[in-house]
Design a protein around this ligand. Structure first.
Ligand code: Z5A
Length: 208
């Protein structure tokens, strides 16, 4: 069984940049990697991503948003994640269920029981072996993301939404320290990557 590693954090903290760094580290250590993302990762998932993040006029309800995230995830698990893990590959995923706890639970303030019920249904006992949460103040992430592209539907939320998302991520790391850890994503990229390398060793993903 391969290892399942996920990267999380508010927008612009450097998930995409660091995912490539992790892939290079693991491949250099001889681990075959599958890099993927949520929502997305399959043709159906990418179509759902477009519905979820594209600019729509119909003000999608929070429950519909939650269910679509898990519909995309069910497909992703069946078609990409479980087959890769079963084949002994390392799966590196840009966001997973911790994003649902942070955005739909923290940001939208949906009942956590709804999320954990869906998590148990869709994933069974599968949880990431390691989740790295890149943490930085909301203003820092926004400033970095703003330089790059126009905001998607969720990115258009106000700062207090993202403050709740950030706090929900921090709470998850405190709740599950055995598999979720925080990385200070505020310093320059090289420093962040040093922390990531240390965490991968500490959690037994990369040799010491
Ligand atoms: N979502 C949800 O609500 N519920 C769910 O269950 C799931 C997702 C799975 C997906 O967006 C959206 O879906 C997301 C949550 C929601 N919406 N929001 N917000 P996404 O993950 O595809 O996109 P994103 O969150 O907006 O990420 P991003 O904008 O792609 O940012 P990033 O990947 O974290 O950052 P980056 O592209 O690597 O870096 C951004 C820039 O900063 C870039 O120019 C880098 O060169 C620069 N950078 C990175 N690190 C540094 C450091 N350390 N110093 C200086 N500059 C840096």
């Amino acid at each position: 069984m391969g290892k399942f590693i996920t990267l999380e954090g508010i927008e612009g903290v450097g998930k995409t940049s660091n995912l490539n760094f992790i892939r290079e580290l693991l491949e250099a250590a001889g681990q075959a990697c599958v890099v993927t993302r949520e929502p997305g990762g399959t043709p159906l998932g990418e179509a759902l991503r477009e519905m979820l993040l594209g600019h729509r006029d119909d003000n999608m309800s929070a429950d519909a948003e939650l269910l679509l995230m898990f519909a995309a995830r069910a497909e992703h698990l069946a078609k990409v994640i479980r087959p890769a893990l079963d084949a002994g590959k390392t799966v590196l995923c840009d966001r997973f269920t911790e994003a649902t706890y942070a955005y739909q639970g923290g940001g939208r303030q949906l009942d956590i029981g709804k999320i954990s019920g869906l998590e148990n249904w869709v994933q069974g006992e599968l949880r990431p072996d390691l989740t790295l949460i890149l943490d930085a103040p909301v203003e820092v992430g926004r400033e970095r993301a703003g330089k790059r592209s126009a905001p998607d539907r969720i990115e258009q939320e106000k700062d207090d939404f993202f403050q709740r998302v950030r706090q929900a991520y921090i709470a998850l790391a405190h709740e599950h320290p055995e598999r979720i850890t925080l990385i200070n994503a505020e310093p320059p990229l090289e420093e962040v990557q040093l922390q990531i390398r240390e965490k991968l060793s500490e959690y037994g993903i990369l040799g010491k």
